[in-house]
Design a protein around this ligand. Structure first.
Ligand code: GN1
Ligand code: MG
Length: 353
């Protein structure tokens, strides 16, 4: 068997495995889950199975009317029939099927790409819109609840290491100031949820463009991969995540902040694609919070990267000194660009109401 790293995950380790026999080859995805982040692999695998069964059933029922083959990764059990296995070091490993004739990209290359990202997410949400969220376990309590990340940042800023890192960099102080000025607004989605305006539904949890598979032949989206964060939540988390990652021509990892801004043409293409599938089940209140979702999820990821920098890089994998600070600057610059373009973005949302 040949095993080589694939993808650019910030949390888990992902490999492409090729299992060879005399006459054929079988390729699949092998992953080591980060047990610091994911405490209960059995819950993740439970959610994955509930999701796959539900979506598969609906896709079968609708197959005759579909304009493409919609796909989905599925668990490959171990020889003993288990969903995952634990190695000598206590790490969890699991295998899932490979979506072989499709590819994923770190950055959107065209409005067509952006449109397909919207379509794939809209279809994903539509297919699970009738799945009761209680059937899914909460694998990451507090995930995407922005006020919690602000509390984690405060805690990190209160440690001697945090104080030092803040003092040591003017860019870090700039991030801290930017975040502080938006604190009062950062509870916008959680408050709407508490008031009962927004309801909890099953979500993907990590709807960034790198998780959208695009068919190599047709250029159409075929599925969302990386299903570890599927759990109950607000669809706004996914919608905001999808937009913030697809509408930024520079991508998450650029070191050139001049490349970072909210491209409204890409935004238009995504919202159009998303609403063509999700328009049917979104409520009036859901539509109302679409702009906040984009702004907030961008802000939140900036806070998460910044808090991790201040805490000494314990959550996201980093490849160089200051990597998380650089990532934070990208998201906060994007957030500022979203604020500047608010009227234009709101007009787009209205266009596809
Ligand atoms: C993490 O590991 P990856 O790349 O699938 C993170 C997401 C972030 C993303 C930013 C469980 O996802 O929330 O949006 O990095 N996943 C978790 O690239 O925290
Ligand atoms: Mg992920």
């Amino acid at each position: 068997m040949r095993v080589a790293p694939t993808g650019n995950g910030n949390i888990n380790d992902t490999y492409l495995a090729i299992f060879r026999t005399t006459f054929s080859e079988f390729r699949f995805i092998l992953q080591r889950l980060n047990s610091q982040v994911f405490k209960r692999p059995d819950d993740i695998m439970h959610n994955l199975k509930v999701l796959t069964e539900h979506v598969h059933r609906r896709l079968e029922a609708e197959a005759d009317d579909a304009d493409r083959i919609w796909q989905l990764p599925r668990i490959i059990p171990t020889r003993d029939g288990a969903d995952f296995l634990t190695d000598e070091d206590g790490h969890w490993w699991r295998a899932v099927t490979l979506i072989a004739s499709a590819e994923s990209f770190e950055r959107v290359q065209s409005p067509e790409h952006a449109h397909e990202a919207g379509v794939v997410l809209g279809q994903f949400h539509r297919l699970i819109s009738d799945l009761p969220p209680e059937r899914l376990r909460d694998t990451l309590p507090g995930f995407h609840e922005t006020p919690r990340y602000l509390a984690a940042l405060d805690a990190a800023l209160g440690t001697p290491g945090g104080v030092e890192r803040l003092r040591g960099s003017s860019e870090a102080r700039q991030c801290e100031r930017f975040i502080r000025r938006r604190r009062d607004w950062a509870g916008v989605l959680e408050e709407a949820r508490a008031r009962g305006e927004l309801i909890v539904r099953p979500i993907h949890g990590d709807a960034k463009f790198a998780n959208v598979m695009i068919d190599e032949d047709t250029g159409k989206g075929t599925c969302l991969i990386d299903l570890d964060t599927v759990k109950p939540g607000l669809v706004h988390y996914d919608f905001g995540d999808c937009l913030r990652s697809c509408c930024n021509p520079g991508g998450e990892e650029t070191r050139d902040l001049a490349e970072v801004y909210l491209d409204t043409d890409l935004c238009d293409a995504i919202v159009r694609g998303y609403m063509s599938f999700a328009g049917g089940f979104l409520t009036e209140a859901d539509r109302h919070y679409r702009f906040d979702a984009l702004r907030l999820l961008t802000f939140e990821l900036g806070v998460r990267f910044f808090a991790d920098y201040i805490a000494g890089d314990t959550y996201f994998k980093t490849r160089y000194e200051g990597h998380n600070l650089r990532r934070a600057l990208v998201q906060l610059k994007l957030c500022e660009s979203i604020e500047t373009r608010e009227p234009a973005i709101r007009r787009i949302m209205e266009r596809y109401a």
